[in-house]
Ligand binder design. Structure first.
Ligand code: F6R
Length: 616
């Protein structure tokens, strides 16, 4: 997905810091990169297809002049193939206005035809070049760049995160946003803009977050925010609690591996400050905003999310059902629009998203709100659209997740949902204080137990199983009850980063079809941890064995029965059934990682995937 970084500063040369910011966005996936600067001599642009390293090479050969103002972009092709000429930044045909843009201008063909009639010439296949020319067109009747951008945006249909710079105004940047994230960073030596906060953490941790249809005028010493009518808006800055180090690899070969290893800390960050041990309850921050009476008033819950977050949401539904006796359903957010329009009644919709910017998820959330429903967001990114638009909020505090395949975010979401289940259970009188304390204590104890998942012997078995799996074409992940969403998540992780086909199923479903696939070349990954489903999982494993299928089992340490039946055992510490997903998911994440490593895949940037899916 495209990334934006821009800076307007007090006279220092910003080329290097802008490039550094751009590199932090590499993980999002892109096919070309570019940078433009503005000096007294006018605009200067370099664009290159391929990795940022190609752009750097170009900048070495063909330097941009030093400049206190710069805009830069990583492009993920939508309109026009990946090519130098289609890379951003884009200038108008008179080289007066330069633009970087995330999103899609839907009516660009009509606008292009209108501008062509007025004599504008186009040299790329992109929608963004049309935008640059449209702004330049309005600039002819108004010297005010901000006014010209606003006039252009009135004509535009689609989505944009936008930064604009003009040749005759090197000390100003105009930024705008509609359905594509954009933040402004406030620094001592300037103002910055980016599509994602991590790109600016090396410069500032104070941000102004733009809402849809807002614009801002940035100069080295000032920033002014405007609504769609051009009225000035006042907004408090948001201080981001992420550190620049959190957005770095920290000695690990891949972000994904670093993030898997961070999970014991995520547990502490998401949960421990929220424990109210005396009351056996959970204290969420004020933005949670749901008191006991309101929590008692809900008659049902609806969970919505996509991808990995959807699997966390499924677990949330089960946990709250268990601890608070509250019925619920979990919907894939992209399907919500097509579900029957039943009255919302006394329902709470829990929307789960790491980024808080997933288009399908946001669309579903807004639809619920339009129908008069209430939304509780569970989200990792402070200031994201979900965090701002949800009626109630729990932040997961995982720190920035950079690896495209989500790991620690899932862990944080499940942890937060477990806390929510306790809160619901206490508020509704299903749990007494003693029981609440026990559930909190179980979670506290998990941090230490998780260490077992990272022991050398555990990792060695995972590597052996990974060697074997790296040679198969397809496999099945099975789990029951609380381990069913984990089976789905295990399969998703494997296919995402190793491109091996994998399906997750509730184990009970195996005999209803998938069993036909099983033979000596078709392995099953079975999660068989202690609890209500253990015996049935053992039977499933036997059924696979009886058909010559190989079994990779996830089981509690010292479980001889599973060990006797399985070809590989990924052992985990014994923990209460409700928390078992938080330990079983770890070896499955590591397993996918090791398979992808053995196959030499690009683990942090798997093909065709984007970290944040901002189009439906
Ligand atoms: C899988 C993955 C995706 C995301 C999904 C939702 O590893 O990362 O499936 O979980 O795109 O993203 P968020 O959680 O940002 O809404």
């Amino acid at each position: 997905m495209c990334g934006i970084v821009a800076a307007v500063t007090t006279g220092t040369d910003v080329r290097a810091v802008v490039l550094q910011g751009l590199k932090t966005l590499e993980y999002r996936g892109y096919d070309s990169a570019g940078m433009a600067v503005c000096t007294e001599q006018g605009l200067d642009v370099r664009r290159k297809m391929g990795k940022i390293a190609n752009l750097e090479e170009e900048l070495d050969k063909n330097q941009l002049p030093e400049s206190a103002t710069a805009i830069a972009h990583t492009r993920w092709a939508t309109h026009g193939a990946p090519a130098d000429r289609n890379a951003h930044p884009h200038v108008d045909d008179q080289q007066q206005v330069v633009v970087v843009h995330n999103g899609i201008i839907e009516n660009y063909l009509d606008l292009r035809a209108e501008l062509a009639e007025l004599g504008h010439e186009f040299h790329t296949d992109t929608d963004t070049e049309v935008l640059a020319n449209l702004i330049a067109h309005y600039r002819k009747s108004s010297a005010d760049l901000h006014q010209a951008v606003r006039s252009a945006l009135h004509k535009v249909e689609g989505a944009y995160g936008l930064v604009v710079m003009a040749a005759d105004d090197p000390n100003t940047l105009i930024v705008a946003r509609l359905d594509s994230p954009l933040v402004v960073g406030i620094g001592e030596h300037g103002r910055y803009a980016a599509s994602d906060m991590p790109a600016l953490l090396h410069l500032t941790r104070d941000f102004l977050v733009l809402d849809n249809r807002e614009t801002a005028v940035l100069t080295p010493h000032s920033h002014a925010l405007y609504d769609v009518h051009g009225q000035v808006l006042e907004r408090d800055l948001m201080h981001c609690d992420w550190t620049p180090e959190q957005a770095e690899r920290g000695g690990y070969p891949h972000f994904m591996l670093k993030e898997i290893h961070e999970q014991p800390d995520v547990l502490a960050r998401t949960a421990f400050d929220r424990f109210h041990d005396l009351a056996g309850d959970v204290d969420f921050e004020p933005e949670f905003g749901l008191d006991d009476r309101t929590l008692q008033s809900f008659e049902r819950l609806r969970f919505m999310a996509m991808g990995t977050s959807f699997h966390a949401a499924q677990l949330g539904q089960k946990m709250i059902g268990e601890l608070a006796s509250l019925p619920g359903e979990t919907l894939n957010a992209s399907e919500f629009l097509y579900s029957p329009r039943l009255p919302e009644g006394q329902a709470l919709t829990v929307v789960v998203s790491q980024s808080g910017e997933t288009a399908d998820t946001l669309r579903a959330m807004r639809e619920v709100q339009k129908r008069g429903g209430r939304v509780l967001g569970i989200c990792n990114v402070q200031g994201s659209t979900l965090a701002r638009e949800a009626d109630h909020l729990i932040l997961t505090h995982c720190g920035p997740e950079v690896g495209v395949a989500s790991t620690k975010a899932f862990f944080g979401q499940v942890t937060a949902l477990y806390l929510l289940a306790i809160r619901f259970g206490r508020a509704r009188g299903v749990l007494n204080a003693e029981q609440g304390r026990q559930f909190l204590q179980d979670l506290r104890a998990l941090r230490h137990k998780l260490e077992y998942c990272f022991r050398e012997e555990t990792l060695a078995t995972i590597q052996q199983a990974a060697q074997y799996l790296s040679g198969v074409r397809s496999c099945l992940f099975l789990g029951r009850s609380f381990q069913h969403p984990v089976a789905l998540e295990g399969a998703l992780k494997l296919k995402e980063i190793s491109y091996i086909h994998a399906e997750g199923y509730p184990a009970g479903e195996m005999k209803h079809g998938p069993i036909a696939l099983i033979d000596a070349d078709f392995p099953v990954i079975a999660i068989a941890t202690p609890g209500t489903t253990y015996e049935k999982m053992l039977s499933n494993i036997q059924e696979v064995r009886a058909r010559d299928g190989k079994v990779v089992a996830v089981a509690a340490m010292g479980d001889d029965k599973v060990a006797a039946a399985a070809d590989y055992v990924l052992s985990v510490p014994a923990v209460p059934e409700l928390l078992a997903p938080l330990v079983t998911v770890v070896p499955l994440q590591l397993l996918s990682y090791e398979v992808a490593l053995a196959l030499g895949k690009d683990i942090d940037q798997p093909r065709n995937l984007a970290k944040s899916v901002t189009v439906e």
